[in-house]
Design a protein around this ligand. Structure first.
Ligand code: KG4
Ligand code: ZN
Length: 325
């Protein structure tokens, strides 16, 4: 079963090819330089850029996989959530390919993509899982008792975890995306030097909150704390917040296996704290942490294996698409 999938929910164009669960190609065209000058993603520009690069990217992915287009058995694309224009580009492109080739099609939830990217290389892993997704747009904790079944346990009340890394980076005069920059600067800093407090610690429930860290960082910059110390201390409490809530939920629900995914799952401190915990952790390989097409193809592969009905060629993009709410 050879699957080609397209991911265009935001500002990265991703095309992945997966054969029987193995990633043969995964190409991503980042639009970061295009949007940087505006200080955020401009949806109309993102849509146009997806249109202009998709043909070449599909050709590149097929070449990398050593396959011709007519050797693809199944097409997939992200249905949502995301920006409606960008979603429409990838979804319409993939549906058209499927229709033209006479192949079946799966419309995939973006977060299911992140989840199955994290399970890559763990073919034997079976639910139940506890799932933490931390990216620039999401900080969600789910219980996943069975394949395709999700129960939302908690989410951020304000900024997403990745967004906090980005905003704190900006307050330190670092570039976008902020996560990798904070991580680099933090290595030179003292993680106990700046008095950040771990948000939501001691609260009932499993929600997160990160906007207070951004506000605190701006104050600490004004008070003259060293940038490296701010980066290290912020990173320590951001990771402590994610991990603390995850561990508490795992204990409460009796879950041992957890999936941690999304752009923030690239963070080395988070990874080392997870490795040192009692949890059995599934993390995406580093090439699959950020948005990409292979994770959508992997989710489609799992949908196929578990007998999910195909999507119609008339399936629509859904900018707002909750999972398990
Ligand atoms: O999953 P992703 O690529 O896109 C979204 O769906 O949002 O996540 C991007 C986010 C950005 O906020 C970025 O700063 C963050 O992930 N990120 C990191 C790291 N690498 C990326 N955050 C912390 N540490 C990192 N190493
Ligand atoms: Zn994402």
């Amino acid at each position: 079963m050879r699957i080609l999938a397209i991911e265009t929910s935001c500002d990265d164009t991703g095309v992945g090819v997966v054969a029987d669960g193995k990633v043969l190609a995964n190409v991503v065209a980042s639009q970061t330089p295009l949007h940087e000058q505006f200080g955020g993603v401009v949806p109309e520009l993102a849509s146009r850029e997806h249109v202009s690069v998709l043909d070449d990217l599909v050709a590149e992915a097929l070449k990398g996989a050593g396959l011709r287009l007519d050797e693809i058995d199944l097409l997939a694309a992200t249905r949502g959530p995301g920006l409606v224009g960008p979603l429409l580009v990838g979804l319409t492109y993939a549906k058209s390919l499927a229709w033209g080739l006479g192949r079946p099609f799966y419309a995939i939830h973006h977060l299911e993509g992140h989840i199955h990217g994290a399970l890559y290389g763990a073919a034997e892993a079976e639910p139940p899982f506890l799932v933490l997704i931390a990216s620039g747009g999401h900080t969600h904790l789910f219980d996943m008792p069975r394949w395709g079944e999700y129960r939302l346990l908690g989410a951020t009340r304000d900024d997403a975890a990745g967004e906090a890394f980005d905003k704190v980076a900006r307050s330190l005069g670092l570039g976008y995306p902020g996560g990798p920059q904070i991580e680099r600067l933090a290595r030179e800093g003292d993680e106990r030097a700046v008095p950040f407090t771990v948000p939501m610690r001691g609260r009932a429930g499993y929600d997160f909150s990160f906007s207070g860290l951004k506000t605190a960082a701006i104050r600490f910059v004004a008070e003259g704390y060293a940038a490296a110390d701010i980066a290290a201390s912020f990173q320590r409490v951001a990771v402590a917040s994610l991990l603390g809530t995850l561990e508490r939920a795992a204990a409460d629900l009796g879950r041992e296996r957890v999936i941690v995914a999304g752009g923030v799952s690239a963070n080395a401190l988070l990874r080392s704290r997870l490795a040192a915990s009692d949890l059995q952790v599934h993390l995406p390989p580093l090439g699959l942490t950020a948005d990409n097409g292979a994770m959508i193809a992997l989710a489609a592969w799992r949908a196929y294996q578990t007998g999910r009905p195909y999507s119609g060629y008339d399936v629509e993009a859904m900018p707002y698409l909750p999972l398990g709410e």
